[in-house]
Design a protein around this ligand. Structure first.
Ligand code: NAD
Ligand code: TYD
Length: 338
């Protein structure tokens, strides 16, 4: 891996024990075995070192909070590239309990930026934002120049972190690149998000709480494609710019649910219409021409990606059962969907 024609020796992955972060570390290990990886993660309810099973010993791990300036400063020693995945990430949780979203997704990003500024030797800081910062769009697509108009405490916090990162490029010349991916799915996704939630619920013959009439739409990007996009951004992205990572694989939530049930051979009677999410964004859709300019394009279509994802959950029953059987997960489900 190279940045500005020089080899990258050490990469720090904040949030590397989560869903996308752990897939990213696997990919770095596979594609760039000479690069040292430091996984810096607080291990919140969503962080899980089991996500890195099979590559233990191939990365260093520090259990730390991105809001802890002294710990971040220490971890950054010798780091050439920082990628930040660490965040509170679930919209439904942000509706009940927004405090940690502000503290991690805004203040935590500020702490990382300050540490990078003081460190002076970090050559790229890829900050992972989200397509949700634009808010909902009934028709057409958002480009990187579209105004940000987030609707949930989650997406508003992410928009804060996103623009704060940009301000450190503008004001202090930090080599910040911002990634705005669409909805991700794939192996190791925490079972609170739509696809793994419904797959694991259906496998237990539990009802699937579908919001409203199920017509809300998302663009679905397979996690391996996101990871490839972030690697492309490290090597070829232009500091100061934001990059949309879309998939052109838009589906309604009803379609996603029907496909999951079809793959699993489970009945449609499992679906339960529940009262709509407050502030529910109807549709996300991205123009991702800028990423095409870097030679990136997603390689996995939705039906194939969903099949691979479902197979992964079928094969890794112990992994998800250990999560969904926790008391805190059960009470999250009761609070939000029952
Ligand atoms: P995740 O919830 O699976 O993982 C988040 C990780 O961050 C966990 O390992 C957690 O322990 C860690 N973390 C949380 N707070 C921390 C803190 N204060 N200090 C250190 N570590 C902390 O999330 P994900 O789905 O892998 O998402 C990764 C990033 O990508 C997030 O920034 C998210 O906003 C963004 N994103 C996700 C999606 C998606 O569909 N999953 C789509 C677009 C963007
Ligand atoms: P989610 O996975 O929470 O991602 P996001 O809201 O960040 O896009 O939800 C994806 C879509 O699925 C969203 O429109 C809300 C809907 N949804 C349900 O209908 N029921 C559920 O139990 C969940 C978790 C989501």
């Amino acid at each position: 891996m190279q940045v500005d024609g020089r080899d990258v020796k050490r990469i720090m992955v904040a949030g590397g024990a989560g869903f996308i972060g752990s897939n990213f570390i696997r990919s770095v290990h596979r594609r760039f075995p000479a690069v040292d990886v430091l996984n810096y993660d607080k291990l919140t309810y969503a962080g899980n070192l089991e996500n890195l099973e099979g590559i233990e010993g191939h990365y260093a791990f520090v259990q730390g909070d991105i809001r802890d300036a002294a710990a971040v400063e220490k971890a950054l020693a010798g780091v050439d590239v920082l990628v930040n995945f660490a965040a509170e990430t679930h919209v439904d949780r942000s509706i009940h309990d927004p405090g940690d979203f502000i503290l991690t997704d805004v203040y935590g990003v500020f702490v990382l930026l300050e540490a990078v500024r003081r460190n002076g030797a970090v050559r790229r800081f890829v900050h992972v934002s989200t397509d949700e910062v634009y808010g909902s769009i009934a028709e057409g697509r958002f480009s990187e120049e579209s105004p940000l108009n987030p609707s949930s405490p989650y997406s508003a916090s992410k928009a804060g972190g996103d623009r704060l990162a940009y301000s450190y490029f503008r004001t202090f010349g930090l080599p910040v690149i911002i990634a705005r991916p669409a909805n991700n799915y794939g192996p190791y996704q925490y079972p609170e998000k739509l696809i793994p939630f419904f797959v694991t619920r259906a496998l237990q013959d539990f009802p699937l709480p579908l919001y409203g009439d199920g017509s809300n739409r998302r663009d679905w990007l397979f996690v391996e494609d996101t990871v490839a996009g972030i690697l492309a951004l490290i090597e070829k992205g232009e500091p100061g710019l934001a990059y949309n990572l879309g998939a052109d694989q838009e589906r309604s939530n009803s379609e996603v649910t029907r496909l999951i049930l079809e793959i699993l051979g489970k009945p449609g009677s499992l679906v339960r219409a529940v009262a709509d999410r407050r502030g529910h964004d109807f549709r996300y859709a991205l123009d991702w021409e800028r990423m095409k300019g870097l030679g990136w394009r997603p390689g996995v279509g939705f039906e194939e990606g969903l099949r691979r994802t479902v197979e992964w959950y079928l094969k890794h029953e112990g992994w998800w059962r250990r999560l969904v059987e926790k008391k805190a997960f059960r009470s999250h489900v009761r609070k939000n969907y029952e």
